[in-house]
Design a protein around this ligand. Sequence first.
Ligand code: AMP
Length: 449
Amino acid sequence: MNFEELNLAPAIVQAVREHGYETPTPIQAEAIPAVLAGRDLLGGAQTGTGKTAAFTLPMLHRLSVGERAKSKFGGVAIRALVLTPTRELAAQVEESVRVYGKHLSLTSTVIFGGVGMNPQINAMKRGVDILVATPGRLLDLQQQGFLDLSGVQMLVLDEADRMLDMGFIHDVKKILALVPKEKQSLLFSATFSDEIRDLANNLLKDPLSIQVTPRNTTVQRISQVIHPVGRGKKKALLVHIINQHNWSQVLVFTRTKFGANNVAEYLTKNGIQAMALHGNKSQGARTQALAGFKSGDIRALVATDIAARGIDIDELPHVVNYEIPNVSEDYVHRIGRTGRAGKSGEAVNLVSLDEEGFMMDIERFTKQEIPVQRFEEFMPEPGERAEPIAMGRQTIWGGAGKPPSRDVMAAAAKAARTEMLQRVREKKADAPQGRGNGNGGGQRQRPAA
Ligand code: AMP
């Protein structure tokens, strides 16, 4: 299959070729003909699969052969609306629209919060063919009377699961009430909870369902290693590894926002320029972190799962799982940030005794045995034992074998929480003017798989 066979307008195929794509990815090969034919779509896909082009290319085609209409402001009516959970993803999707649509005369813009409203208001008055937006700012504009969605013919909900995770369900429902009932709708989600299924059932008419599982092809291309490590030695091991390989760009994953801040601070103190990326950061700080990372000023970006998903950094060579995810799918999402679009990558797992069970689940899920490499000076202390992991109010068991009795779990959870609170208090005492960064309480805590 090649792009010429998909019946896309030659101007679109030309742009895709100029961008260096040779063959459509599996989701593109399946989705593009269906969307061109006007069908609704339910796409089970995460970033890294090529899903953005899967909806953008046929969208551009349909709009380019359709007629422009006028909005109630007298400008161009919005004919396609793409909703995304984050500002970063919105900006990336709109950038893709521009890249693939560069030989067409369609117009697009992106709207998200955290930046001035006036340019966005002016853009809405003039109107665009394609609007990419996050739900919150879009509703702000609507409430102020600057938005006309009555001409929408195509609606895309991108990363719908994340949109719900981030608490946007009411906003999304309000926006759905503003667009015409008769339209083509596409919904993409990496996971399918009951809530997503409800949303899909209400929105989509006789949709084509496509499920792409990049896991094996992606996972198999990425070289992976497990370093066993003592609970208190992880940060030092991370510094050791980054320095040993002289890595200039590494994405480090932690389970919580607190952890991300903590690790980023430690790296910086030890001579490795690092920044944390998570949902509590302001838009300015997030943009700065990403720009610094891309330009090479920041060597390590320390991120939580939610913050890191959807960020498109081409050719990211190294991913470190500083904390092992308790949900195996998250492992695939994380390491999929490297080894993109056919490139090879490297993923390093720092596994304490508390996480050996998670790592075994991941090996079963991805059907592979990951080689183990020991650094003797960073191994667990003699006599060190697995302990349950406290995540917010929940305690999860990630060690090898069966979890200990409920009493032991409860006592360990209490001790871990006390220790965490103590650390937060110490931090506050250190920096009285600083704002608390939270301990990940706002993040979704998925149950142990
Ligand atoms: P996405 O899943 O949309 O975030 O895309 C993941 C990455 O794959 C992006 O860096 C795209 O530029 C790239 N990509 C998308 N489609 C193709 C293709 N057909 N061939 C090569 N790379 C692609």
